[in-house]
Design a protein around this ligand. Structure first.
Ligand code: ISJ
Length: 92
């Protein structure tokens, strides 16, 4: 691979990074609405392990790689944790 090709691939990665960023923030805005509901319903704990387990199962069933299921779980666990954090912050 040439240096020029490397730069082209990195430009593609940069573009996808921005798309992921936009999707993550779109997701976060929905998570905030869910957080708002939990607060109004008096739900004390924002963390919902059953829901997260179901999401992991759904995602690993649909996973076609090259990320393996463990990697996908790690990535999404971070997203779920930060989403719970966002919902906790709404309560401060
Ligand atoms: C968004 C929610 O809150 C938390 C975050 C989740 C997520 O980011 O998918 C899932 C479950 C909860 O731990 C929810 O309950 O749906």
């Amino acid at each position: 691979m040439s240096h020029r090709e490397l730069n082209e691939l990195r430009a593609q990665v940069d573009e996808i990074n921005v798309k992921l960023l936009e999707l993550l923030n779109e997701r976060a805005r929905i998570v905030e609405k869910i957080g708002e509901y939990k607060r109004s319903a008096g739900m004390l704990d924002v963390y919902d392990p059953k829901r997260e387990r179901e999401s992991f199962e759904y995602l690993t069933r649909r996973n076609q790689g090259p990320f393996d299921d463990e990697m996908i779980k790690n990535i999404f666990k971070q997203i779920f944790d930060e989403s719970s954090e966002l919902q906790k912050r709404q309560r401060i």
